[in-house]
Design a protein around this ligand. Sequence first.
Ligand SMILES: C[S@@+](CC[C@H](N)C(=O)[O-])C[C@H]1O[C@@H](n2cnc3c(N)ncnc32)[C@H](O)[C@@H]1O
Length: 214
Amino acid sequence: MAIETHNIKDLEGIFSNPFPESINIPWELKPRDYENTHYRYEMEIMAMLCRMQNPKIAFEFGTFEGFTSLVIARNTKPSARVFTLDLPWGSESPSSYDRFNASFVKCRYVLYFRGRPEERKIHQLIGDSATIDLSLHRCTMDLIFIDGCHQHSYIENDTKKAFDMLKKNGIIVWHDYNTTWPDVTPFLESLSVKKPLFHIERTNYVIHKTNEKE
Ligand SMILES: C[S@@+](CC[C@H](N)C(=O)[O-])C[C@H]1O[C@@H](n2cnc3c(N)ncnc32)[C@H](O)[C@@H]1O
């Protein structure tokens, strides 16, 4: 069953902070112009989610070149911490990976937060999400972004670990719903039978927000 689509403004009520008046995205670091692109809109939505959720601690599965990590760091308070996990640079991807997932592991050329003031807020974790022990972070995360390997067993594992790390009133954001990644949409649609999920209009983000009763 398709997940219900909502405009970000309609979801304002589920967050502790109001819809933000301003956001901060480091476009000056990107060589090409992203004016009017889907990518730009998604980054803006990520920044808005951060401002409305106001996480003390955030976690990202799949750092890649660290642009979203930097967006999260720039749109959270100075004391916030951002953990971001990826496989080691230059590593071979696990043999079960298809070529699309393998290409993301291989094609990392810059790390956007390296050397920037926000780097002090960001803790890079190096490891495979399938095997890394994240139990130390149990019930501590206010915002979790799932954007690592897009194959079913990995999305399922990352989601399980995310729910384990999620704090009361925390939010999980998955990337790539309704895209050509074949496993993401069916996985999220089957999850939506058990957990309330919202698709954010004009993005490929799906979110889940816990409430006091969970
Ligand atoms: C789509 S990219 C992430 C994009 C990034 N979140 C962003 O918004 O810029 C996927 C990332 O997941 C990483 N990845 C793939 N498999 C992983 C695994 N098993 N454990 C940790 N990271 C993984 C890849 O190396 C790649 O950098």
